[in-house]
Design a protein around this ligand. Structure first.
Ligand code: GTP
Ligand code: MG
Length: 226
């Protein structure tokens, strides 16, 4: 018999998130009560107890030592879900918003993206410089590719399993969200943005470096021009 309840896969790239990962997994579980789901943590060779804690919390743990994008691609490709969700491990993505992302796919969209900058969204975690950079990249992508995004470098997103292959993802680092945003327009996917409130990283060190990763994002835009 075919199971009609969709399986949800939550894919969480994590690097040295021992102070957060247990709470992230617990929050996901309490927000998805009554749903079928799996939680996949893709560890980036953490030197702390991230892996042990994720295992103890009964997440599926995978390993990748290349970068955030590479970890996400690996997790998404091995996920079994009908709906795949990318989520950060630092408690900045609130698990209670998962249901909104899932609804976006259930009503027929291919990709449902959290947006911090549409009405109802917000970020408690972004510096003025990063906000300006994000705005510039959104404008660039909207102008070049004819998109209508309000946010871009944000990793809280849901995907319908059937379009994953179409995206042909390859960005290994923090260019991954930009690559997804651009390819979604180029491949004419049905994209919905929903408001999201990004919380401050709960504990631990940020991994993104504004200038290094700003360049990575610009390079991703240039690479996808043709
Ligand atoms: N597997 C893996 N995960 C990573 C890597 N770099 C970052 N991450 C994870 O990717 C997510 C996003 O990284 P963050 O450091 O939170 O980036 P950010 O949200 O832009 O930065 P903050 O605002 O300071 O939190 C977090 O869950 C990280 O643990 C990596 O190289 N490998
Ligand atoms: Mg973060």
């Amino acid at each position: 018999m075919v199971n009609a309840t969709p399986l949800i896969s939550i894919v969480i790239p994590a690097l040295n998130e021992e102070k957060n990962i247990g709470n992230v997994i617990a929050d996901v579980r309490s927000s998805l009560v009554g749903r079928r789901y799996e939680i996949i943590v893709v560890d980036g060779n953490s030197s702390d107890s991230t892996v042990g804690i994720a295992e103890r919390c009964r997440a599926i743990v995978m390993h990748d030592n290349v970068g955030k994008g590479s970890a996400l691609i690996k997790g998404l490709r091995s996920a079994h879900g009908d709906i795949l969700i990318s989520m950060d491990a630092d408690l900045s993505h609130e698990a209670k918003e998962l249901n909104l992302l899932i609804d976006g796919i259930n009503i027929g969209y291919d990709v449902c993206m959290g947006s911090r900058f549409m009405s109802g969204g917000n970020s408690e975690d972004i510096s003025l410089l990063r906000k300006a950079g994000n705005k510039f990249f959104v404008l660039l992508v909207n102008t070049i590719f004819g998109a209508n995004y309000s946010d871009m470098c944000y990793g809280y997103r849901a995907f319908s399993r059937r379009i994953l292959k179409k995206l042909e993802l390859s960005e290994t680092g923090f260019g991954i969200e930009t690559e997804i945003s651009i390819k979604a327009v180029k491949k004419n996917l049905k994209v919905l943005e929903v408001p999201s409130i990004e919380k401050r990283r709960a504990a631990g060190e940020p991994k993104l470096r504004t200038f290094r990763d700003g360049w990575v994002i610009l390079r991703t835009i240039i690479k996808n021009l043709c």
